[in-house]
Design a protein around this ligand. Sequence first.
Ligand SMILES: *Cc1c(COP(=O)(O)O)cnc(C)c1O
Length: 297
Amino acid sequence: MSKVFFSNSGAEANECAIKIARKYAAEKKGEDCNVIVTLKNSFHGRTLTTLAATGQDHYHELYQPLTPGFIHVDAYNIFELEALGAKHKIAAIMIECIQGEGGVNELKKSFVNEVAEYAEKRDILLIADEVQTGNGRTGKLYSYMNYGITPDIVTTAKGLAGGLPLGATLMNEKLQDVLTFGDHGSTFGGNPVCCSAAISVLDRLDDDLMDAVNAKSKYVFDELSGATGIKSVSGMGLMIGFETVKPAAQVVSECLEKGVLCLTAKNKVRLLPALNIPMDLLAQAIEVIKSVCADCQ
Ligand SMILES: *Cc1c(COP(=O)(O)O)cnc(C)c1O
């Protein structure tokens, strides 16, 4: 990547990516080339434009009208994308390689590669939303690195500054001069406090930490797969979802009572522990989760 624009959140990082894509396409292919394709079940943020990008109808209710120009396609069907491409002028395709809020669904390698190839052939920009999956979460610096693709734009936030608000929109050489002075900005973007935190995080994201993330991931997968009351386990690295016999929300609240913080994602329970969680703490948490899930008679 050649350049980065700093903002304060994931939604803002995606807004910036969408602006770059629309401006690039407008200048190169005409202003009617403005459609951004995203996937069904995706999550891209809570501003009106990133809500429009989000492929889940229930987030859209009551906030109409949203920003136009977004189309959502099936995450497992390349033909739907090809059919759309014949009808619409597509500026960019934005994907999460592992859908977070959508239920910790890791996309198939074949689909992601087909999308990347489709986009590259037509000079459609590929945007990887790495807001949740970035910064070592999946066992690589960014989740797209598990897929062997090269996006034109990468957005990230969440873990980047270890809990302080920082968003980043990274762009490749082709896009580095698209936004010019005055096109985009942020009062607090790139502030020294949050950037210091991010430097500290990035300094620690080395091979040793990634090896530890992958080892902990294997431990959690091994412990949860086939455990009583757990129906399936999905995800990558330390971004893990599992389906339970009990309703996910009940598992989350019972775990909370016992001091373990989980989340839901659709019908699954979702785990996003700190990447540097000590092994003994992780094991303790997994014991609590397993006992809560097993108690389902
Ligand atoms: C959380 C999230 C966002 C939005 O980030 P905020 O910092 O809450 O605005 C966007 N995309 C994905 C994939 C996310 O998980």
